[in-house]
Design a protein around this ligand. Structure first.
Ligand code: SAM
Length: 309
């Protein structure tokens, strides 16, 4: 039985800057198809991450029974976890109703719908009514949640004793250009990632973030500030060689388009022009056609222990 409840909780977030990356200014629902496709492209890395998590949580033979996937999106991770741990049930929470509908469909297609509950909520909504969890999965979401310290603390409070919070976020910067591609100054991908770093450190448009909050995806610092212990951390990497297939090209284009939106003011004109060329779907050097672009992306995964009483 798929049990979808819709409990949209509106928070008065008005007045975000144009570069805001919060749920209110990114139309996540409209991104459902691309999020699902991106999930498929990075699936080999997801499986590796889950295999590693399994060695940690399954250490004493105890596979997780209750899983919370925070900001689940279309449920690519949720469904993979349900497939990996056949005795587990999962609750997927997201602010996007259309995304949760995708998660439900995905679970049904893969025969795990009876173990999935999807709940529409906009964090930092209260989740304490959902009960306690052995595994809380928060993948590519923390950097959207404004005050990350507070988010990590309140999520960890939902853990069963001995449970773990697994935070998946950006690892090393994504690279995609060969050194000698004649497209403006060399080193564009590094400069883009540096500009993202500056943007994240400056609160990326969250107008509710306290000045001293850590919002930049530095999960070690978040956990320390929240008084929690990081029990394991590891980087995972996916490298797809050129020529890329169509879904990988679309993933790259989506990534660059998001950068173009949020970094408009943080790049010099040459780099803005190079980004336009890369995204031009009629240009031979653009990521849709060039046989020279590759995709090298990574994730840093932190496993955080439940708070000790
Ligand atoms: C980059 S996607 C990650 C999806 C999935 N966890 C994954 O790893 O592929 C970010 C997700 O966080 C959700 N999200 C962003 N801000 C949120 C908020 N304040 N409350 C609930 N969900 C939010 C978005 O709807 C989106 O599904």
């Amino acid at each position: 039985m798929t049990n979808t409840t819709h409990e949209h909780q509106h928070h008065g977030h008005g007045g975000h800057d144009h570069g805001s990356h919060d749920h209110d200014s990114v139309d996540w629902d409209a991104m459902g198809e691309s999020l699902e496709e991106e999930g498929t492209v990075v699936a080999p890395m997801l499986e590796e991450i889950l295999g590693w998590v399994d060695t940690i949580v399954g250490d004493d033979g105890r596979a997780p029974r209750r899983i919370l996937d925070v900001g689940s999106g279309p449920g690519v991770g949720t469904v993979s976890m349900l497939q990996r741990w056949p005795d587990a049930e999962a609750v997927a929470v997201d602010a996007g109703q259309g995304l949760l509908a995708r998660a439900d469909r995905r679970a049904a297609d893969r025969g795990v719908a009876d173990r999935l509950t999807t709940i529409e909520r906009h964090l930092p909504a209260d989740l304490t009514d959902l009960g306690r969890f052995d595994l809380i999965w928060v993948s590519m979401v923390l950097h959207h949640l404004g005050d990350g310290t507070e988010a990590v603390r309140t999520l960890a409070d939902l853990l069963e004793p001995g449970g773990v919070l697994v935070a998946v976020d950006f690892g090393d910067p994504m690279t995609f250009l060969p050194e000698d591609l004649d497209l403006g100054r060399p080193g564009l991908d590094q400069r883009l990632e540096e500009a993202v770093g500056r943007w994240l450190r400056h609160g990326h448009g969250h107008d509710e973030v306290p000045d001293d909050a850590t919002v930049n995806g530095d999960v070690d610092a978040l956990a320390r500030a929240a008084g929690l212990e990081v029990v394991a951390v590891r980087d995972f990497r996916l490298r797809l060689e050129s020529p890329l297939d169509v879904p990988s090209r679309r993933l790259l284009a989506g990534h660059l388009r998001r950068l173009q939106t949020v970094l408009a003011d943080g790049l010099d004109p040459d780099d803005v022009a190079a980004l336009e060329t890369l995204l031009d779907d009629t240009h031979a050097d653009g990521v849709h056609h060039s046989d020279r672009v590759h995709l090298d992306t990574s994730r840093r995964v932190h496993v955080i222990a439940a708070p000790t009483a």
